[in-house]
Design a protein around this ligand. Structure first.
Ligand code: KIV
Length: 270
């Protein structure tokens, strides 16, 4: 018999998350609309309106063409659906190239949505941006390791932390982000020992994706974990449901019944 963890019945704040480090793993999933955000409400501590929506929802090859308008539109929908999790929004590629640009765009996110924080990719080179946002009362979730917004400049998605030298780079990046004011850091696609070293080096929570189980929490893209996104499946994605299969079976049954006039029967007729 499996034992279920209790549902979450309180609003998750930055303070709640800070206290969870070292005590209780943090759960986070992505969401892009109100329907699914409502399903996730009370089930996870954090929701990320990730720019991964550009791939899983818009069918683009990478995240780079996501825009501020799109991120705001989807965040408004997610905030309409979920009230308890801490909602974080990805700042899209090109929206935080200077501190001024970052403040302008993050301010827009705070003014036009109810999200509590923004996420941006990059290590020490982004510390100035993170500091500028933090000093302007905008909460920032950092993102290091494999950074999808760097896919074109790096020539692909590459697992990080394979050498001691790279582990040291990642640890320094995490420390720089913490010093700059980030409240937590997503650690994506790094070797488990690198993620452990990063997690031990900072006093803020680390949220891992494809980085083993030593981080302070985990995040997965919902359409991957529930089996809806079939274009490719990275090694780290565990399927918690067979979404695409379930929908196809449902559609098959619907098609069969419409074609045979079994639907709508009396029960579904005024
Ligand atoms: O956009 C996204 O969904 C993300 C996660 C992969 C962390 O950044």
């Amino acid at each position: 018999m499996s034992i279920h963890t209790p549902k979450i019945d309180k609003k998750i704040t930055l303070g709640v998350l800070a206290k969870m480090k070292g005590h209780e793993p943090i759960t986070m999933v992505t969401a892009y609309d109100a329907l699914f955000a409502k399903l996730f409400d009370g089930e996870v501590e954090m929701i990320l309106v990730g720019d991964s929506l550009n791939m899983s929802f818009l069918g683009k090859e990478d995240t780079l063409s996501a825009t501020m308008d799109q991120m705001i539109y989807h965040t408004q929908a997610v905030c309409n659906g979920a009230s308890l999790p801490l909602i974080v929004v990805d700042m899209p590629f090109g929206s935080y190239t200077t501190p001024e640009e970052a403040i302008k765009n993050a301010t827009r996110i705070y003014q036009e949505t109810n999200a509590q924080a923004v996420k941006l990719e990059g290590g020490r080179e982004r510390a100035g941006i993170v500091e500028a946002l933090s000093q302007n009362s905008i909460a920032v979730l950092g993102h290091i390791g494999l950074m999808p917004q760097f896919v074109r400049s790096e020539g692909g998605y590459k697992v990080r932390g394979k050498s001691q030298e790279d582990i040291d780079v990642l640890v320094e990046d995490a420390i720089a982000l913490e010093k700059a004011g980030a409240f937590a850091i997503v650690v994506e696609g790094v070797k488990a020992e690198a993620a452990r070293a990063i997690t031990q080096a900072v006093s803020i929570p680390t949220i891992g994706i494809g980085s083993g189980n030593a981080t302070d929490g985990q995040v997965l893209v919902w359409s991957d974990m529930f089996g809806f996104f079939e274009a490719f499946k990275p090694k780290f994605v565990k399927s918690y449901a067979e979404g695409a299969k379930m929908i196809r079976q449902g559609l098959q049954a619907y098609r069969d019944e419409v074609k045979s006039r079994a639907f709508p029967s009396e029960d579904y007729t005024y």
